[in-house]
Design a protein around this ligand. Structure first.
Ligand code: COA
Length: 257
């Protein structure tokens, strides 16, 4: 496993830490593979009852590595590292909790839609800037957000791709707790400990009942999103957006039809 994704055991919780602070924890193909491997290992381990995703006190993740985006997404989305990670997460059988501080951009926000509980620091900044980058929604967000938040709120978040803070996320029903950034992980671990102390078969049944009605539709939507996303990655709009980010300037979409 790459040291850009670390795992440790806390009581009966497997902690999966995104660890690339110098790049704001941006996720590469190898890191998605490591995240999916860690998730699968957690499921296979009888000593693990709960899984916690976390980053650092100042950053959860800046989303997909923009350099890796330029390489494109080959073939069947489900077989890509990000596709495998999202499918594993969406069909996880054990409870998944996230501790979020600082930026949670792109998949940093959409992966939270598949978590059972989310704790955020008051420094958390959520954003799904897919359209801003010439891309389209991913991670099932085009299905889940309108059904949870209502169409107009989902459209605003996905079309304008603006940043929203922990209070907004709490108001929208996307997170459970807000705390000081230094306390986020401990608060999330305390929630994990409480989940682990519950009767395990009852927790499995609860998770199954919460996810089963929508998981197949969710997978279909993630495949559709993934195929369109791969197309969009090759678009001149996305090329302009990535180039602008690298050159630290605003993108100019005025000439596109
Ligand atoms: N991919 C690759 N590198 C990234 C990155 C990403 N998604 N996000 C940040 N980085 C790099 C920056 O290029 C910078 O590198 P440099 O030091 O060589 O210039 C370094 O990480 C620090 O980022 P910086 O932008 O200086 O930090 P910040 O605190 O000012 O802003 C963010 C943090 C997350 C708001 C900002 O980095 C950002 O918007 N990143 C892009 C997010 C994004 O669009 N992700 C894709 C979503 S689909």
């Amino acid at each position: 496993m790459t040291n850009l994704v670390l795992t440790e055991q806390h009581n009966q919780t497997l902690v999966i830490r995104i660890n690339r602070p110098e790049r704001k924890n941006a996720l590469t193909h190898d890191m998605y593979t490591a995240l999916a491997d860690a998730l699968d290992a957690g499921h296979a381990d009888d000593n693990v009852r709960c899984i916690l995703f976390t980053g650092h006190e100042s950053c959860f993740t800046a989303g997909n590595d923009l350099g890796d985006f330029a390489k494109g997404l080959p073939g069947d989305f489900r077989e890509t590292p990000v596709g495998r990670f999202l499918f594993d997460l969406a069909s996880a059988l054990k409870p998944v909790v996230a501790a979020v501080n600082g930026p949670a951009v792109g998949i940093g926000t959409t992966m939270l839609l598949h978590c059972d509980m989310v704790v955020a620091g008051n420094n958390a900044r959520f954003q799904m800037p897919f359209a801003n980058l010439g891309l389209c929604p991913e991670g099932g967000s085009s299905l889940l957000l309108p059904s949870w938040l209502g169409r107009v709120r989902a459209s605003e978040l996905l079309m304008l791709g603006g940043t929203f803070n922990a209070d907004d996320a709490y108001r929208l029903g996307l997170i459970n707790r807000i705390c000081e950034p230094a306390d986020t992980e401990a608060t999330a671990l305390a929630l994990c400990d409480r989940i682990c102390a519950q009767p395990p078969a009852a927790i499995r049944a609860t998770k199954d009942l919460l996810t089963r009605p929508t998981v197949e539709q969710l997978k279909e939507v993630m495949l559709e999103e993934g195929a369109l996303f791969a197309e969009r990655l090759k678009s001149p709009e996305a090329t302009e957006a990535f180039q602008a980010f690298m050159e630290k300037r605003q993108p100019d979409f005025s000439s596109f039809k």
